[in-house]
Ligand binder design. Structure first.
Ligand SMILES: [Zn+2]
Length: 696
């Protein structure tokens, strides 16, 4: 090969530049393997020996620290290909040229371009002209072998890695709370404070059943959570900060806390744009899962239970799966109401009625795609009330026992939190003391250092004071909650469960929590006539309640029947406006709870087919002003005058002045002699007729 070198390098090659491509896969290699880098730069001498002037040698080393597995992201390699393609390169040099690209397709593309642009290739073994078949075959082989080598290398590395992992001996980063001991065995963190914090997180989750509530509890009680940053300036150090929601979930989902060894819970994939995306894998896809490999904070069963609970809580799959944790709404059966038609969990909707929120239990077939796509909708108020009643009846005998246990639990919970907070204070005190010692030791003349240390000491002291104040405050609060007075109060309340249940100070959330201690779930079914609620108690007992279907809303707005009959009675002698006044005075209210007025009364009258006062008077023979004027042979004005002067009695029919008159009441002296004359002297008759006038 060496013999043919001079014949391959021609004058037209020398006119163009020589390209030296230098690459190390990782930055670690750049530092730890300087020999390889040096050998790569030595190739420069070879080019000079072949006749290239030193200033015509272009060194491309911008890819140091980049893997050759793909051309993307390798800016240097892309520049090389570009320059070769435009015919600027006479020769391309590399230590082992095939390492230019570990990926066959990139390599063959480069060969193709070199052959087209008549560019030579040089490595430590010799010089090649890709336009020659033999050289090209050799280069192609080198590329294939290089790719194979990479594959074997990776397989061997990964094989060893996985074998170790399958034995559970692979040393990987541990979550906070677990550490490697001197013999590389996983142990619980020797720091008692760290262990307590993690234990408290698990017990809080067991109690509240919700990651959100766990995280809120920690923050409400100003409890901090440990963390060992995996990178950054404080890498590996123990840092205490507020617990975040995502961190809570991370801890709850991590199987290592249950003593299991796991590997490959996520998979990273490089997208078309070169961006890495991480995907969570299902448990079946995990590379390694080994139980009972080391001590844990919870058992595997508890871990499984927690996962189930978290899945059930997941909002997105609500409706298909399990119970949701109690929320603030008033609907008592939130999360535990099942649809009697399809068996799914029912969702809650609130409607605004009479100023308050009224719950409805609704079931939809899957996601709501169009209105009306639902199984059944049941008004919740009546159901909630009956369930309340049922619970109060069922619970009273055992209430005292429950309350005492609740109190015990409260006490132990307070003790745990108190313990953690005390440790926080101790740590702050220790930090302050250490800072003080550091400050004392420094040479006072070294102002720069002394000032920094003093500032640090002050800082630590402030933190200490704040932590201590916080500790004292929480302690006082706990004391009050668990004081003898409080205890007595709890005991009295416990003896009277209905009072606790109905107390306005009991929140809906608490009520739901209590309910779930007693009831597993309630299946609701809307029959044409009634609503059936099948209650399943914890422990297996069942009970079926059947409730009347509540009236449709317009029916509930109907006027009470007593008010209607009262209106009917009053209509005999009163106008609508008068009736409204009388009803209001008697305390009646309309179906919507409003005070009556004439329009409501007339509406009710029409709705119930009641005759008004005018019609009733007509039935009794009363006549209108026109009729009486005609009968008496006078004008309407005269009739009005009689009315004003009190000679003629008028019966008002509405508040607009419409009156009816008794035909027998025409004043005699004004009566013109009728054509068919009536016998005179009927004044007695008149008197009599006045007496027998319409009586009411
Ligand atoms: Zn349904």
């Amino acid at each position: 090969m060496k013999l043919s070198e001079p014949t391959k390098v021609k004058a037209e090659h020398l006119k163009r530049d020589a390209y030296l491509y230098i690459r190390q896969s990782t930055l670690q290699q750049v530092f730890e393997n300087p020999e390889s880098t040096r050998r790569q730069y030595d190739l420069k001498g070879r080019a000079v020996a072949l006749g290239w002037p030193a200033e015509q040698i272009v060194v491309i080393d911008s890819d140091l620290g980049q893997s050759g597995a793909s051309a993307t992201d390798r800016e240097g390699f892309q520049r090389l290909v570009g320059d070769v393609g435009t015919g600027r390169a006479g020769i391309v040099m590399g230590l082992e040229v095939s390492r230019l690209a570990r990926n066959s397709s990139d390599w063959h593309r480069l060969l193709e371009i070199c052959a087209l642009s008549d560019t030579l290739i040089l490595d430590e073994d010799g010089i090649y002209d890709p336009a020659h078949f033999n050289d090209r075959l050799l280069l192609g082989l080198k590329g294939t072998m290089s790719e194979a080598e990479l594959h074997v290398l990776r397989a061997r590395l990964l094989g060893g890695y996985m074998a170790k992992a399958r034995r559970g001996e692979l040393r990987i980063r541990l979550p906070v709370g677990l550490v490697y001991d001197a013999a590389d065995k996983v142990q619980l963190d020797p720091d008692r404070q760290v262990r307590d914090a993690i234990e408290l997180l698990f017990t809080t989750f067991a109690r509240t059943g919700s990651a959100g509530d766990t995280f809120r509890t920690f923050n409400q009680q100003s409890l901090q959570f440990p963390c060992r940053p995996p990178h950054g300036p404080r890498m590996g150090e123990l840092v205490w900060n507020d617990l975040s929601y995502s961190r809570t979930l991370e801890v709850l989902h991590n199987p290592r806390y249950a003593g299991a060894f796991v590997l490959g819970r996520t998979r990273q994939r490089k997208g078309g744009t070169g961006r890495r995306t991480t995907r969570k894998l299902s448990r079946e896809e995990w590379s390694v899962l080994l139980h009972d490999m080391h001590d844990g904070y919870i058992s595997w069963d508890e871990f499984e239970e927690n996962q189930q609970r978290l899945r059930d809580n997941n909002y997105r799959i609500r409706g298909t799966g399990g119970t949701t944790p109690p929320r603030e709404g008033t609907a008592l059966l939130q999360g535990i109401a099942l649809c009697g038609v399809c068996g799914k969990r029912m969702a809650i909707r609130y409607h605004l009625r009479k100023g308050g929120r009224v719950p409805w239990y609704c079931c939809r077939r899957g996601p709501m795609r169009w209105p009306g796509d639902k199984c059944q909708e049941i008004p919740g108020a009546g159901i909630d009330a009956s369930i309340s009643k049922l619970v109060v009846e069922a619970v009273t005998p055992m209430a005292l026992d429950v309350a005492l246990r609740v109190q015990e639990e409260l006490a132990s919970r307070f003790a745990e939190a108190d313990n953690l907070r005390r440790k926080q204070v101790e740590r702050a005190r220790y930090d302050a003391e250490a800072a003080r010692r550091r400050y004392m030791k420094v040479d006072p003349d070294n102002r720069l250092v002394a000032d920094t240390l003093e500032a640090d000491w002050n800082d630590k002291l402030r933190t200490f004071n704040k932590t201590q104040e916080e500790y004292e405050r929480s302690r006082q609060e706990d004391k009050q909650t668990l004081g003898p007075k409080q205890r007595e109060h709890i005991e009295t309340l416990a003896a009277d469960f209905p009072a606790v249940w109905n107390a306005s100070s009991t929140t809906d959330k608490d009520r739901k929590r209590m309910l779930r201690l007693i009831i597993e779930d309630v299946t609701l079914f809307k029959h044409p006539e009634e609503i059936a609620a099948h209650v399943r108690f914890r422990g297996g007992a069942t009970k079926t309640l059947s409730l009347e279907r509540p009236m449709l809303s317009w029916k509930t707005w109907l006027t009470p029947p007593q008010a209607v009959s009262e209106i009917d009675r009053l209509l005999e002698e009163h106008t609508d406006a008068e009736i409204a006044r009388i009803l209001n005075h008697q305390g009646y209210r309309s179906g919507k709870g409003l005070r009556f007025h004439s329009k409501i009364v007339s509406q009710i009258r029409r709705d119930n087919g009641l005759k008004n006062k005018f019609e009733r008077l007509r039935e009794h023979g009363m006549i209108t002003v026109d009729e009486i004027a005609q009968k008496a042979g006078v004008t309407r004005q005269t009739v009005r005058r009689w009315q004003r002067e009190g000679q003629l009695q008028a019966y008002p029919c509405n508040n607009k002045g419409l009156c009816l008159y008794n035909p027998t009441g025409i004043p005699l002296k004004n009566q013109r002699p009728p054509r068919k004359s009536k016998p005179l002297g009927d004044s007695n008759d008149h008197q009599r007729s006045k007496e027998v006038q319409f009586e009411v």
